[in-house]
Structures are given as structure tokens and as C-alpha cells.
Ligand binder design. Sequence first.
Ligand code: SF4
Length: 363
Amino acid sequence: MTSSATLPETLAAPSAGNRLWAPKRLLVTPSALAWPYGVAVAERVAKLGAEVVQLRSDRLIGLPDTYRDAKTTMALVTASPSRRRLQPIPPSADWRFDLAEGCPAHCQYCYLAGSLAGPPIVRVYANLPEILAELAPALGQGGVTSVSAARAAEGTTYECSCYTDPLALEHLTGALATCIRHFGAWDAAVQLRFTTKFDAVEPLLALPHRGKTRVRFSLNAVAAERLEGGAPRMDRRLRALRSMAQAGYKVGLTIAPILRLPDWRTAYDELIADIAIMLGDLPNLDLTAELITHRFTPKSKGVLEDWYPGSKLEMDEALRTRKLTKFGSTKWVFPKEQMAQLRGALEASLAQRLPAARVLYWT
Ligand code: SF4
């Protein structure tokens, strides 16, 4: 597999200490190799030592049947027209678009368990130019920031981390850097948004983002780290948050999933205190907070129990309240009184310790 295609220069080595994912196996479809970008990603992954399997058709076959093998497999595919169609994604943003699906980390509460089907491989889309071409027609048409007086300054917002953690894959794909440049060069009121639990931000720091990207770091009380296998520790995420803010990016906190940990009041107050220490001296900080409580569905519980049979994560329907999703299916959330206690405590900590943070929503 050879090509003159090059990956973005931001794929220069990330700084020491970042634990970067190296897939053991790469499945490549013929359509993916029709894109120079796809060829470049395949070459990059192959150089890292992956066994490369070139499929004869675009149908993914030979998918691993164990969790462990799936989590070390990457597939390079193309996003179909229906996959490329933008989807509304309230309350976070106007629109969702996908660069990839799946994530190499092992969080025992992973929200992808309820939304992705099949073995948890990582699928990366090779037709990035076609994906980006879908964005402009939706300008000004969303149902969240495009129609909100409080968030109007954000413009039309596009979220790219709903089905993946794009920073976890950036050293292989360079897709985030391409998106950040794309939004930076876009002369309109737009914002790229992504959330991450990863910390290899160095290749992004010098990009011409022009304030059009908001990166939110997914953070939790330190006690939750034991549930987040394969993700960088909280202190590393906090340092990455600081680096991105210093580089002039809009930043945010995604405090999620909020759990009823032992002594949760102190645990979350300490998290917010640590964030305040990390950001306190930065001038011109543009900081938001999104507060998301833990929930599960019958499907996600079944999948997660299969993936993580020894997990201590509480998913007990008897301790929860049943709610209906907008599609009419069941989700289990904390009871109303506990929800109010959690919300009151976290919002009070934020108001006291981080008054600069604008809370966008609680859910
Ligand atoms: Fe899931 Fe996010 Fe953890 Fe990845 S980092 S496993 S997407 S919760």
C-alpha cells in the first residue's frame, strides 16, 4: 500500500507520557482506499505494527467476537450518505457529525454501549472531505445554539464526539486537526465542539483555530478513575485542559457521569477546586460546564455487564427512577430528590470556586 498522500503535519509525535492506542489489527475496505486520506491513515496504522487485512468488499467481515480482540481492532471504512447526514444533538449542539465510531478506552459506564451495535471495534471514516462537505448547508439551521438567545454567541454548533473520542484516535487519523483548521478558516458564525477524556493535545496547540473550536474535557471525581480503564488520569486531563485554554481555545468541562460515589459532595467539590487551581490564573478564559448524571438503559446495562462482569458500578433499577427517552424507550436515572441534591451541590461548588464557568445544562 503506497501513496503520495500525506497526513496532516499535526501528526508529529505527541509529547512524551501520552499513552497512545496502537491497534493490533486493521481491516480496510476497498472504498476507504479510494481516498488519499484513507490510504495515509492505513499506512500510518500499519507502520505502528498493526496486521493489515485488505477486504475484498465494503462489507466488514471477520469481526472479532471477543471484547478484548474487538477493542484492539480498527476498521477503515467510508461513511455512507445516511451516516453523513447531520443529526440534531440537543442539548449540546445544533448538529452532530461523525469522524469515527468506537473508542479504545474501557470505561465501565461507557455511553457507547447503549448506542453502538456489534463488537466494540473502532471504525474510522476515510471519506473525510465528504463528511466536511455536509456541514455548510446546515449553517444557521440548528435547534440549539442557532435559536438560543443565551448561546447565540456560539453560532451554529457542530459536535463530533458523540460516537467516539476523537482525541484518542488523533495520532492515527489527524481528523481533529483537519476539522479545527476547517472551522478556523470558515468565515461564518460556527463552532466545532468535541469532548475528550484524552490528553495528547500538543499537536493541536498551534493550529489556526481562530476561536472556532470548543474542547470540553470529560472529568469526574478522582474516585471514578477506577471505572475508566485505558483513559488518562484526571490530573493529566486537567493539564491538557489548561494547555488548550492557554492556546486560546474555548474550553469546557463535561462533568460526567455524575455518580453517587462515597462522600460524593466532597469528591466533586475537590474536583471543582482542582479545576479552579488549574485555570484560576488564566486571563480571558472562555469556560462552559455541562453536567451529566449517570443513567443506563436495559440495553446498555446488558452490554456493559457482558463487557465488564466484575464492575462495581451501580446499575440497580431498585435504586433508580424510570424515565422515558424521546423515542419512548426506558432509561434509569437517579430519583428526583437525589438529582436535586446532586445538582444543588455541584452548581454551588461551581458558583463558588469557578464563577467564570457558564453552566450550559444539567441532565
Ligand atoms: Fe466510552 Fe468515552 Fe470511555 Fe471512550 S473515553 S470508553 S467513549 S466513556
